[in-house]
Design a protein around this ligand. Structure first.
Ligand code: G1P
Length: 283
């Protein structure tokens, strides 16, 4: 299976940090966000990845490209650990790029992948969210897709006051954690939302989605919404992800995620706790 990572947004919520670099390159603890996303795809058995980029794409390409000078410098300095880290990034997967010409929405960004994908089911991982779970989120969706032979999307319950930020579904739970979806609404008002089950940025889609996107008129925000195209599919399932999704497109979430990931690192954990205690006591 191939994967598509849309990474063409302007990242306006993160200005000025995103003025000259994509938000997908913002580091979370010690790695750019998009590297975690690609690692999830690889851990789910995918090694052919198409990144849909927009302006300021160069740093993403450079990050996953070979860096002769850097490798040579690290090699002559005998920094073997660092050298391995740098080489591992390049060897992660086969990555290619396509550029979304106009910012016409997530649906349009996915449509840019049509030629590369061909007639097979494929995964979509939004470039500004990270997931953590014992089974990778995308792998869980591949399993649902294979079981039900239909598109599958990851879901998470969100507080009612946050439904306006997400695509929200209505569905029937057909087995533990799996929903047959009969309605999807992009960013509904809280009182109009059909539930509080939100689409969390991971999808496995059947290739008929491309025709559905083609038939989709601009929706919320005047953009071609993937959620609107998904509602046109004959059959679609949702999986409440066993794990946690981190939405990096939001400053506070990004900050919290960096702290949480640093806490997972034994080298930093204790020092970070001491430091945070000190900061808290001073405030
Ligand atoms: C996109 C999708 C939305 C989904 C969200 C998850 O919205 O359109 O359905 O719930 O990602 O992060 P965006 O965050 O790009 O506005």
């Amino acid at each position: 299976m191939k994967a598509v990572i849309p990474a063409a947004g302007f990242g306006t919520r993160f200005l000025p940090a995103t003025k000259a670099q994509p938000k997908e390159m913002l580091p979370v603890f010690d790695k750019p966000t998009i590297q975690y996303v690609i690692e999830e795809a690889v851990a789910s058995g995918i090694d052919d990845i198409l990144i849909v980029t927009g302006r300021n794409k160069r740093s993403i390409e450079d990050h996953f490209d070979k860096s002769f000078e850097l490798e040579q410098t690290l090699q002559s300095a005998g920094k073997d650990d660092r050298l391995k880290q740098v080489r591992d990034i390049t060897d992660l997967a086969d990555i290619c790029y396509v550029r979304q010409r106009d910012q016409k929405g997530l649906g349009d960004a996915i449509y840019c992948a049509k030629k590369h994908i061909g007639g097979e089911a494929f995964a979509v991982l939004l470039g500004d969210s990270i997931t953590k779970g014992s089974v990778p989120c995308t792998k869980q969706l591949i399993d649902v897709y294979e079981k039900y032979n239909a598109s599958a999307i990851s879901l998470e319950e969100v507080p009612r006051e946050k439904v306006e930020r997400y695509g929200i579904i209505k569905g029937e739970e057909v087995e533990k954690d799996i929903y047959r979806i009969d309605k999807l609404v992009e960013k509904p008002l809280a009182h109009q939302a059909p539930s509080n089950l939100a689409i969390m940025g991971r999808y496995v889609l059947t290739p008929d989605i491309f025709d559905k996107i083609d038939e989709t008129e601009p929706g919320v925000g005047g953009e071609i919404q993937l959620t609107d195209a998904l509602s046109k599919l004959d059959s679609i399932y949702g999986n409440t992800f066993e794990g946690k999704t981190y939405d990096i497109g939001n400053r506070f979430e990004w900050l919290k995620t960096s702290i949480e990931f640093a806490m997972d690192d034994n080298e930093y954990k204790n020092d970070l706790i001491e430091y945070l205690k000190k900061v808290i006591s001073q405030n």
